[in-house]
Write a protein that binds this ligand. Structure first.
Ligand code: DGJ
Length: 774
């Protein structure tokens, strides 16, 4: 809902309001962003006025010696009129450095689509605030997209030059939000390849903190999403603001605080190598920044963003559409496979209950390692004589869909594409090129390259019955020649234009986003890709950190996770399949290990996992997500998913201690007065896990490292403890029922919980419907 009254503009979602005020010098300020206000009655009381300005500050003009832009809550800040914060908009003209924007108009639009950039769909309203330069014919439109149902507001800026002379944009933030410090803590994410989305917490202090990417993509260094919370805000209560950007390239997000604890938050494209010339009658539109607010803690903030992504960012046809359980051959075979190996994996995957078989890298051209073939998207019939069509038919016969890997933006020098079109790669034509994984980046800022990429994907998808595409991107951008001044922006909008066309051509094919894992995981990519491969790190303990960071801002339906072999390729950590499943099931489940190596016990185990997942798929993919702590703060972490009919809670342990604490099953958001039944998922503990303890029960001596136990462990496991019972919601939400005694060095039977290092359990909670009085 948008209302305009006198100098005030009220922009509300179901539970929040943003208030803009046009002050006496016609500057527009954001004076309020918090809980919903029904009308503008009394809103004037939210505006701070200054009787005078202080010290060396300058007044905006000689008639207003009480107004300094340095103290105002400006919606946009430029330099040269007394605002000493970093500008949110930095412009230049050969005869002018100072730009001064004041209120012109505010209108409500029925519809608006951002130029060349993704616009999250199904907004309730769009408000257009127009600011004008005081002396020059330059306009700045600020669009407010209201996503009322999920309490998200999107903001984008458009600069229009109606002057004869060119203007140069050096920086344009999509959003500037002024706030006053309330003991705020800033929570951002940092990472690297195979270690994405780690949570970082720090007090907001005076000065400026910038989180940015200069890699060409949104990157795994920092995700564009972040939040600030009040000092006393927990996961379930307290004031918190969340932010993100609907953009996949270099970005620049910052938080700056001055001596008076005035804060300015900015989100936008990076100003690094950004010099946009806007000629007469031309305009430039910034990507959408989004924000949300809640007084109910971090889980609620996440819930707002999760609904926003599910209902407004991902394409409508994928909302609530079941995501298939995937098998992907990458960690099993890498490039080394034959058709008979793929057939064998397909048969085994189908018997386990897998629904979608994905053929990863190595299926095309001369691609038998990562030095050649990239860019030439013709099937290698030496390796795969029956071709993509033959393989997709084979999958169909086995009752599975077929999916494929491509890396369309890249090329190896040893490829036909490069030999014919060296001009397609990004290069400054002066320096030696820099290589990442032996490959170069195609210059998607060029139309002819966009056409090539579009055609290669189009032809491949048309060549067989392909229901899924994993779109990879394995190196950052270097060697650019920024002739246009906006090279990085042009690359990303070039990519968006290719994706826009492909999505229209193949609306039912599920595109999965991947960039060496999570090197380009953002709301821009999610606008075309309904899910995203989180990380090349399939170690489940590491994955808890990744899911924790991702889960703050992105819903489970977009997070794709695979159970890989027990010894992690990335961490060399040994983890049991059940623990791997207990982590991977929160989101879109897949498997990525050599199925020809599975023991009989492993097969039974995986079949049981897949059956469990299918039974509870809706809650794992679309349920509301909750957590209770950051894993770095505790020895265990609880995550929960919940829909109308069921709740599933996971308890993840870090390190086993010899003095385990009494453990309780705790859940969130149940009905206090209802009775619930809870049951742990039954797991199979391989006998080998007990090491030398096996000899306490064995009639003959068994070498714990020897072949006898190895063979027995392939066939026999021990059932895990069963924790089940009934309990009131009020209790589950406070102390919770007591769980079985955790193993602490003595005695083992079915009453003992044998979790150990990096172990986990999951519990199903359902309303208890049996008649208690029978
Ligand atoms: C990087 C991806 O993240 C992996 O999952 C795999 O697809 C490889 N690329 C293939 O080259």
């Amino acid at each position: 809902m948008i209302k305009i009254e006198n100098s005030l503009i009220l922009i509300s979602t179901n539970n929040t309001s943003l208030i803009l005020n046009v002050d006496e010098v016609k500057k527009v300020n954001i004076v309020y962003y918090a809980n919903k206000i029904e009308s503008l009655l009394g809103a004037k009381s939210l505006i701070r006025t200054y009787p005078y300005i202080e010290g060396c500050e300058v007044s905006y003009d000689k008639n207003h010696n009480n107004i300094s832009l340095n103290r105002q809550k400006n919606i946009v800040s430029t330099v040269g009129k007394g605002d000493n914060f970093s500008p949110s908009l930095s412009l230049k003209r050969d005869d002018c450095s100072v730009f001064d924007f004041i209120y012109d108009s505010f209108t409500i639009l029925n519809e608006y689509k951002l130029d060349s950039l993704p616009t999250p769909h199904d907004y309730s309203e769009v408000g257009k605030l127009t600011l004008k330069e005081t002396k020059l014919n330059i306009l700045l439109n600020i669009y407010f997209f209201v996503y009322a149902d999920c309490d998200v507001i999107g903001v984008s800026e458009e600069l229009i030059n109606n002057e004869e002379k060119d203007i140069l944009i050096n920086k344009i933030s999509s959003l500037q939000l002024p706030l006053v410090n309330e003991d705020y803590e800033l929570i951002t994410t940092f990472g690297c390849w195979a270690g994405e989305l780690n949570v970082q917490k720090e007090k907001v202090t005076r000065g400026k903190k910038v989180i940015e990417s200069l890699c060409g993509y949104s990157s795994n260094r920092h995700n564009p999403s972040f939040l600030i919370r009040e000092g006393n805000c927990s996961f379930n209560s307290g004031n918190v603001y969340g932010f993100n950007l609907v953009y996949s390239g270099n970005f620049e997000n910052s938080i700056e605080m001055d001596a008076f604890e005035n804060i300015r938050i900015q989100l936008g494209i990076s100003s690094y190598e950004f010099n946009k010339v806007v000629k007469q009658k031309e305009s430039f539109t910034s990507p959408m920044a989004v924000m949300t607010y809640t007084d109910s803690g971090i889980n609620s903030m996440s819930f707002n963003f999760h609904r926003f992504v599910n209902q407004h960012v991902i394409e409508k046809q994928f909302y609530k559409r079941n995501r298939e359980i995937v098998y992907n051959n990458w960690e099993a075979t890498s490039f080394n496979f034959t058709e008979s190996k793929i057939h064998s994996l397909m048969k085994k995957a189908s018997k386990l209950g897998v629904e979608l078989f994905v053929l990863d890298d190595g299926w095309f051209s001369t691609r038998n390692n990562d030095t050649s073939g990239l860019g030439d998207w013709n099937i290698n019939t030496k390796k795969l004589p029956s071709g993509l069509k033959g393989l997709s038919d084979y999958a169909k016969k086995l009752n599975m869909k077929f999916g494929l890997w491509m890396e369309p933006e890249m090329v190896n020098e040893d490829s036909e594409l490069y030999r014919n079109h060296p001009d397609y790669v990004i290069s400054d034509n002066i320096h030696e090129k820099s290589y990442g994984r032996n490959q170069l980046v195609l210059d998607l800022s060029k139309k002819e390259v966009q056409d090539y990429v579009y055609k290669s994907v189009f032809d491949t998808l048309k060549s067989a019955d392909i229901s899924y595409l994993k779109w990879d991107c394995n190196r950052n951008i270097t060697d650019y020649l920024n002739k246009s001044g906006t090279f990085f922006f042009d690359y990303i909008t070039g990519l968006y234009s290719v994706l826009e066309k492909l999505r229209k051509d193949f609306p039912d094919v599920l595109f999965e986003n991947c960039a060496s894992g999570g090197n380009r995981f953002d709301l821009g990519m999610l606008s075309y890709f309904a899910q995203s491969w989180q990380s090349d790190d399939t170690d489940s303990y590491q994955r808890i950190y990744i899911q924790e960071g991702a889960g703050l801002f992105y819903p489970l339906s977009t997070l794709s996770n695979h159970v890989a072999c027990k010894v992690s390729n990335q961490m060399l950590r040994y983890t049991y399949f059940d623990t791997k499943f207990n982590v991977a099931c929160f989101g879109v489940l897949g498997y990525e290990l050599d199925l020809d190596d599975l023991s009989k016990l492993d097969i039974e185990n995986i079949k049981a996992q897949i059956a469990y997942y299918k039974e509870h798929r809706d809650v794992f993919q679309w349920g509301r997500f909750y957590t209770d702590s950051f894993i770095s703060d505790r020895l265990e972490k609880i995550v929960q998913v919940k829909n109308e009919s069921e709740t599933i809670v996971a308890r993840y342990q870090t390190i086993q201690k010899p003095f385990p604490k009494e453990a309780h099953l705790k859940a969130f958001d149940l009905d206090k007065n209802k009775l619930y039944e809870y049951t742990s998922r039954k797991e199979m503990i391989p006998l080998k896990k007990f090491g030398g303890l096996i000899n306490y029960v064995s009639p003959i001596h068994i070498n714990p490292e020897g072949s006898i136990i190895t063979v027995i462990s392939k066939y026999k496991g021990m059932d895990s403890e069963v924790d089940s019972g009934i309990c009131y919601g009020s209790s589950l939400m406070s102390t919770g029922p007591v769980l079985s005694q955790e193993w602490s060095g003595v005695g083992y039977d079915e009453r003992v919980r044998f979790v150990s290092d990096f172990g986990a359990r999951i519990y199903l909670i359902k309303e208890y419907t049996n008649d208690l009085h029978k």
